[in-house]
Design a protein around this ligand. Structure first.
Ligand SMILES: *[C@@H]1O[C@H](CO)[C@@H](O)[C@H](O)[C@H]1NC(C)=O
Ligand SMILES: *[C@@H]1O[C@H](CO)[C@@H](O)[C@H](O)[C@H]1NC(C)=O
Ligand SMILES: *[C@@H]1O[C@H](CO)[C@@H](O)[C@H](O)[C@H]1NC(C)=O
Ligand SMILES: *[C@@H]1O[C@H](CO)[C@@H](O)[C@H](O)[C@H]1NC(C)=O
Ligand SMILES: *[C@@H]1O[C@H](CO)[C@@H](O)[C@H](O)[C@H]1NC(C)=O
Length: 486
């Protein structure tokens, strides 16, 4: 459902970068400084290890302008086709700018990310509605491989009224964001977005989209929620990438009949933060198995709070196929599991919906909201401060990220009984796993044994990835925040 929010696809920007010697990089008006966000990768044996991750704003939100001046390369209806008839010409004519994250409504602090729906601009309150991705220290997206794994985070939805959607989900984007010779920023500039609504993106994975075709990819909605309702929803796509299960088999406790669960003061008190854990269990308890079921756990004040009337907060293939007549066409949980096994990009956003007021999430059978309360104009007037906070993001072995008080529920007899050992979360104590330096094949290696590829980032303030470039490329400083292998 996510892409509906982008009615405002104002700057359908291209992330092309000039190849002229004078402007061989992203624009220089605003440096791209990724807000750091500590996350944790966990194993049952080794606890949780802090990751040097950050967030990056989607490229559609950026200013793309002429390389020789400051005329916009986008128009109200997309790219300026005079300046950008194809990606090579576009890269000569246009550059993409770094983002002002404050103005974009994005703030981080330690392991906490805040996304604001509205920001105060020079002309008053404007809708920022940011969409961001989790970026790794090497300048590529973190590829979360969650088959037979779990993902946990804390969320504060207390300021999100009817009609808002604080979303944390996975899309099967390319790790580099489609970085290529005409899109040298790639993931560093938030490029390459796709999802199961098949949005029409100006660029598809670094290639100019000249025929307005959709860009489909597998999407797993971990949480789409406000303080009144929530859903988690698999959206598998066909192998050709031409269509997806757009509706999906969403699990919403209210729609399941548990109407007093998700509410301010409810069983799960949404006026306060809580922990959300999602487990992706396979039929054989291995990372190569078939996704058998998805289980949700909510923890608040140290208590696991089950939400469903019966059967647990669990999506199985049979439940999915019964709830959603198109699921089987797209391979249902099996397809979703294959994407989770390959790796998906973590997306965070906050949005509201001018067309349908988010009724599919929180109105009618789905929640207590009236069909008109979610009108963005009403939200802006009554809840100008509405924002979502995601924090303490951890992923890894089932049972390793948080103490959810036990194993995954046993809706599949063949599923493994995972260890229920409450794993102590070792935060920043990076156990030096001194990777056995078998780097004899590598030409140049850094301390951590990695080289950066062509176009990749190799330096800059706040950057902690590889600083050596693979031959024959050299690390060239573009600004204080960005050096690149060229
Ligand atoms: C994070 O960066 C610090 C400082 O550069 C480094 O010591 C640590 O090993 C990095 N952690 C990971 C998981 O890469
Ligand atoms: C597209 O760019 C050309 C060249 O800079 C300019 O003349 C034209 O006005 C632009 N078109 C729109 C619709 O902005
Ligand atoms: C970023 O935007 C904020 C708020 O809109 C503004 O106060 C600040 O000056 C901007 N920063 C830069 C570097 O332009
Ligand atoms: C996206 O682009 C990257 C880099 O150019 C490429 O390796 C990958 O296969 C592409 N993915 C898709 C889905 O086209
Ligand atoms: C759009 O163009 C791409 C190549 O750029 C092609 O693969 C695709 O089939 C086209 N789609 C449609 C709907 O014409």
């Amino acid at each position: 459902m996510e892409s509906r929010s982008f009615a405002r696809r104002l700057a359908a920007a291209a992330l092309a970068v000039s190849q002229l010697a004078s402007a061989q990089n992203p624009g220089t008006a605003t440096p791209e400084v990724h807000p750091p966000l500590t996350t944790w990768k966990c194993t049952t044996g080794g606890g949780c290890v802090a990751q040097n991750t950050s967030v990056v704003l989607d490229w559609n939100y950026r200013w793309m302008h002429t390389a020789t001046g400051y005329d916009s390369c986008t128009t109200s209806s997309g790219i300026n086709s005079t300046l950008c008839p194809n990606e090579a010409t576009c890269a000569q004519n246009c550059v993409i700018e770094g983002a002002n994250y404050t103005a974009a409504g994005v703030q981080t602090s330690g392991s906490s990310l805040t996304l604001n729906q509205y920001v105060q601009g020079s002309t008053g309150l404007t809708s920022a509605s940011p969409r961001t991705y989790l970026l790794d220290s090497d300048g590529n997206y973190v590829m979360m491989q969650l088959l037979n794994q779990e993902l946990s985070f804390d969320v504060d939805l207390s300021t999100l009224p009817c009609g808002e959607n604080g979303a944390l989900y996975l899309s099967e984007m390319s790790a580099t964001g489609g970085r290529n010779e005409y899109n040298t920023g790639g993931a560093n500039y938030g490029s390459g977005y796709c999802d199961a609504q098949c949005p029409v993106e100006t660029f598809k994975n670094g290639t100019l989209n000249t025929n307005n075709s959709g860009f489909c990819c597998n999407e797993m909605d971990i949480l789409e929620a406000n303080s009144r309702a929530n859903a988690f929803t698999p959206h598998p796509c066909n192998a050709a990438g031409t269509d997806c299960d757009k509706g999906g088999c969403g699990f919403n406790p209210y729609a399941q009949g548990n109407k007093n669960y998700w509410a301010p003061g409810g069983t799960l008190d949404t006026s306060k933060p809580f922990t959300v854990t999602t487990q992706f269990a396979t039929n054989d308890g291995t990372k190569t198995g078939t996704l058998a079921f998805i289980t949700r756990k909510y923890v608040q004040n140290g208590q696991v709070l089950a939400s469903a009337v019966s059967g647990g907060d669990t999506i199985t293939t049979s439940w999915c196929n019964a709830a959603d007549s198109s699921a089987a066409t797209f391979g249902s949980l099996t397809t979703m599991g294959q994407a989770l096994g390959r790796g998906m990009v973590l997306v965070f956003s906050v949005w509201n919906d001018n067309g349908q007021y988010m009724n599919w999430l929180d109105s009618g059978n789905n929640g207590p909201c009236s069909s008109t309360e979610g009108n963005p104009a009403t939200i802006q007037q009554n809840y100008p401060d509405t924002h979502v906070v995601f924090s303490n993001i951890k992923w890894g072995d089932i049972g390793s990220t948080v103490n959810t008080g036990g194993s995954v529920s046993s809706s599949s007899s063949s599923a493994s009984k995972t260890t229920s050992t409450p794993t102590s979360v070792k935060t920043a104590s990076t156990p030096v796993k001194s990777t056995s330096t078998t780097s004899s094949v590598k030409t140049t290696t850094t301390a951590n044994g990695a080289t950066q590829t062509h176009w990749g980032q190799c330096g800059g303030q706040g950057y902690s990835g590889p600083t050596q470039c693979a031959a024959p490329y050299a690390c060239q400083t573009q600004n204080a925040y960005y050096a690149q292998c060229l």
